[in-house]
Structures are given as C-alpha cells and as structure tokens.
Design a protein around this ligand. Structure first.
Ligand code: PEP
Length: 264
C-alpha cells in the first residue's frame, strides 16, 4: 500500500528566529499515525527546524526546497546535495517557481533528482502544466514530456530505493486559490503512472507515491484525498498556518487508516 505524505513548502517565508517555533507548533498539531510529514523551510532555516523537530517530534522529516545539479564547484550562492547532510532528508526538485524564475529545464531537474538520490535525499519531483496547456487539452502531453525529460535516464531501482515521490502541481493552481478538482488531479495521477509504465517503469509505476499540489487547504483536502490515485499533498501557502496543517493532516490520517497504514 502506498504511503501517505503531506509535505509543507514554506517557500521564501520564515527566518531562523521564528522557523523552529512554527515547526514545533505544526508538529504538535499534526500527530497522525500513518502519515509521513515533511517540512521544507528555506535553506537558512533548516538547522532551526531540524533542532526544533529533533526535540519535539523527530517523526517529522525536514526537506530542502532545491539543490544544485552539480556536486560542487564555482556556483556562487548555490547549495549542493551533499551539503544538506545532517540538515535534511528530503528535497523538492523542479518546482514550477524554479522552472519559471531560475529557468530550470527538465534535463537539469533530472540531474537534480540524481544528485538527491546520490546524497540519500528523498526527491519530490514536481511536474504540471500551464493553464493554456490545460485549456488546449494538452495537459497530459506536457506532463508526459516533463517526466520523460526528468526521468528518461533515471536508474529505476535507485529511484525506487531512494524513495522518489512525484508531485502533480498544475501551475495555474499554485498560490491562486484555484485548486484542481479531485477528479482532474486523479486523472493526471493515472496518466503519470501510465507514462512511467510506458517509460519502462513496470511494477514501480503503481507503487510510486503521487501527491497533488496547488492551493490545497483544510477545506479541499477531503475531495483530493477521496481519490485513491492521490497519495497526499504538497502544500504551499496553507503550510504556514498551523490550523490549516492540522486539518490537512487529520484528513490524511483518514486515508492512512483506510489503507491499513495505521490502526483504526
Ligand atoms: C507549492 O508551493 O508547491 C504550492 C502548491 O503552493 P500553494 O499550496 O500555495 O498553491
């Protein structure tokens, strides 16, 4: 049975002075058996969040929001995967805000997935179409192309053993308050598994966790997690609000129990 994951992407919010206390509050409000919780603060807050969670709830994992595609070198201002040793165990790669603002291509993102796996970080690979793509009926083609570009060269066994997770994040839903319907998110999750199957992932495709991301809230999480193809959420804006996270993770707990990942 696939794991249920709720990952918080704090984006460019919090400081080393306040991140630990927010992480502690969220951890305390989201204790839910069978749900994998991940908090991804900005790089400069990783140590504060790690220390706060180590004291209060070591079951909550810490993730970074990005890594460089090289291991070391003359890349001013960048952070390489091995530098996260002891700070994080997960990393988001290919977020649409980085595709948009840092010009990340599928090929570069594929290398980031590799660097994450090399360093023992669990990658959350983000894919998703623009609004125009969806309106033109090209959403699944675009996501298929992204998957091929990012994972076409991937070592499947390594990706499986390294705990790869895919986040379907339609760009038009991120930070807009307009989420995809559960039906559309599930249809894309099924399309993602079909693409991976066609890429030769075989048995791995059905076992790979697929999250939905895009304006997830405590109000719409039930519709999204009612879909058996969806295994959790990557949460942006709402992940900074303990009340919202409490509601989102509580609903994820229902899915975890229904899947037999936690006792009834
Ligand atoms: C995200 O940052 O990955 C995201 C989905 O943001 P939001 O929940 O704010 O739409």
């Amino acid at each position: 049975m696939r794991e249920v994951v709720i990952a918080a992407n704090w984006k460019m919010h919090t400081t080393p002075g306040d991140a630990g206390s927010l992480a502690r509050t969220i951890a305390a409000r989201t204790r839910e058996a069978g749900v994998t919780r991940v908090i991804c603060p900005p790089f400069v807050c990783l140590a504060a969040v790690r220390d706060a969670l180590a004291e209060s709830d070591p079951e909550v994992a810490v993730g970074a929001q990005n890594i460089h595609h090289e291991v070391a070198g003359a890349y001013t201002g960048e952070v390489a995967a091995p530098m996260l040793d002891g700070l994080a165990t997960w990393v988001i790669v290919g977020h649409s805000e980085r595709r948009r603002d840092a010009g990340e291509t599928d090929a570069v993102i594929g290398r980031k997935v590799d660097r994450a796996l090399d360093a023992g970080l669990r990658p959350i690979l983000c894919v998703g179409e623009q609004l125009a793509d969806r309106e033109d009926g090209r959403a699944t083609d675009i996501v298929d192309k992204q998957l091929r570009g990012c994972l076409g060269e991937a070592d499947l066994a390594r990706a499986r053993d390294g705990g790869l997770v895919i986040a379907y994040e339609p760009v038009w839903a991120i930070g807009t308050g307009r989420n995809a319907t559960g039906f559309d998110a599930a249809a894309m999750a099924d399309a993602i598994r079909s693409s991976l199957d066609a890429m030769g992932w075989g048995d791995l495709a059905p076992s790979l966790p697929i999250l939905y991301g895009g304006s997830v809230s405590s109000t719409n999480i039930a519709e999204i997690l009612a879909e058996p193809s969806i295994d959790g959420a990557l949460v942006g804006g709402a992940s900074l609000k303990p009340d919202e996270m409490a509601g989102i993770v509580a609903r994820a707990g229902i899915t975890a129990r229904a899947r037999g990942l936690a006792p009834d």
